[in-house]
Design a protein around this ligand. Structure first.
Ligand code: EZ4
Ligand code: CO
Length: 412
């Protein structure tokens, strides 16, 4: 089973996606998600200029060897662009191997450890009443766990808050597209951590007051606090029993988590911007975190993600894989097969894709009673409609840039 061709498909059904499609000489196809929000074309180039020429003619069955060949053989290791590209190759080869075996991928990963993956949705509101409505809408849509984000009094639009509750989608897509003819540029937001710290505990008090103690509640700090600020927030939120506090501080400073951990029992999650198992060594071996937030699509694929989750399991940490709309249905399927198979599953982030995206990517994944399931089709369970993909050409889009009130650039 040799690789006959590999094709990079860039499409923008409402937002940009980069997909790798590998075809073997016996007619099987496999898909991998290579989307890197706001930097899509760099990964497309890495794939088509540097990896695709190396793939043609290779044995499609040799997944581990191909992974090591691309990772070690490239000499320049890690980084989000490289690892997103390698992820797409790895995922496409697992898709092919499972199709060749006639099984859904989770069977090759050890079979199912649970009936479905508990998913959390993104509830948000510019103020508390709007947030409570959003939580209610998520519960009505079947979610059994919700992430809670609100606006901060005195600030304009901030991370995690949908611009409007109107319309069919209530998800939060932060990357702004330039639109036809307009020069692309990131939106700029204004941030004040002290105002945020004063406000957030009252938000959780209101949500607990309205919905009671049972509902798992999550919150994303999106890298904005100093370690001591994060320690204080974790402590202030203890009465509201969070499922996790995510990305309290910028993750590259692994030792910062020691300070936070020594002050609070609020569970901690980190890692959506990581791209390697090596980003976690201090965090896991010193038991500084509870949940691993990496995405299959940014960490080098199913092969290293499985390795990372096994390492996490040794230190009592669980999965909480990244699942915003910038993970395509292909990347989500890869996560779902792992969610079903690994022992130390925690929770799966899930922002529903919009109908245009689901027109391009036909997925067998389902969401029922709060649980996601990848379906029983052989492989990942996702096919791409290339004619539909071609109807949606790439449009430049950027994530926002954050500034403090005095104009200083801050972590977004
Ligand atoms: O900001 O995926 O937990 N989820 C997140 C996401 C990220 C976006 C960036 O592309 O933090 O909303
Ligand atoms: Co996050």
């Amino acid at each position: 089973m040799r690789i006959l061709s590999a094709e990079v498909i860039v499409t923008s059904p409402g937002r940009n996606f980069v997909t790798l499609k590998i075809t073997t000489d016996d007619g099987l196809t496999g898909l991998g998600d290579a989307t890197l929000n706001g930097r899509e074309l760099s990964v497309a180039s890495y794939l088509s200029d540097h990896l695709v020429p190396l793939l043609v003619g290779r044995d499609a069955a040799r997944i581990e060897d191909t992974w090591q060949y691309l990772y070690r053989g490239g000499y320049w290791r890690r980084g989000p662009v490289t690892m997103a590209a390698i992820s797409a190759v790895d995922t496409a080869l697992w898709d092919i191997k499972a199709k060749a075996a006639g099984m859904p991928l989770y069977q090759l990963l050890g079979g199912q450890s649970r009936t479905g993956a508990l998913a959390y949705g993104h509830a948000s509101g510019r103020d508390v009443p709007e947030l409570l409505d959003s939580v209610r809408a998520h519960l009505e849509a079947g979610f059994r766990a919700v992430r809670v984000q609100t606006g901060v009094p005195g600030l304009g639009p901030v991370y995690g808050v949908a611009a409007s509750t109107a319309g069919t989608r209530y998800d939060y897509e932060p990357a702004r597209r330039s639109g036809a003819g307009a020069p692309p540029a990131p939106a700029e937001e204004t941030w004040d951590t002290r105002a945020y710290l004063r406000h957030v505990p009252s938000v959780f008090e209101a949500v607990r007051g309205e919905f009671g103690p049972e509902l798992p509640l999550l919150h994303d700090g999106h890298h904005r606090m100093t370690p001591v600020q994060a320690a204080r927030l974790g402590r202030d939120l203890e009465p509201y029993d969070l499922f996790w506090l995510e990305d309290a501080t910028p993750g590259e400073d692994q030792a910062a988590l020691r300070l936070i951990r020594s002050h609070t029992t609020t569970p901690l999650a980190i890692g959506e911007v990581f791209n390697s198992v090596h980003d976690y060594t201090t965090l896991l071996t010193e038991r500084l975190i509870d949940y691993v937030r990496s995405a299959v699509t940014h960490t080098g694929g199913i092969t290293p993600m499985r390795r990372l989750l096994d390492l996490a399991g040794l230190y009592g940490a669980k999965s909480g894989m990244h699942g915003p709309t910038d993970i395509s249905p292909v990347g989500m399927a890869a996560a779902l097969h792992l969610d079903l198979a690994v022992h130390n599953f925690g929770i799966q982030e899930y922002m529903r894709h919009d109908p245009l995206t689901l027109e391009v990517f036909r997925t067998s994944a389902t969401f029922q009673d709060g649980l996601l399931h990848p379906g029983e089709n052989p492989g990942l369970g996702v096919e791409i409609d290339e004619e539909a993909a071609a109807r949606f050409p790439y449009e430049a889009a950027y994530l926002p840039v954050n500034r403090l009130v005095d104009g200083t650039v801050h972590d977004w």
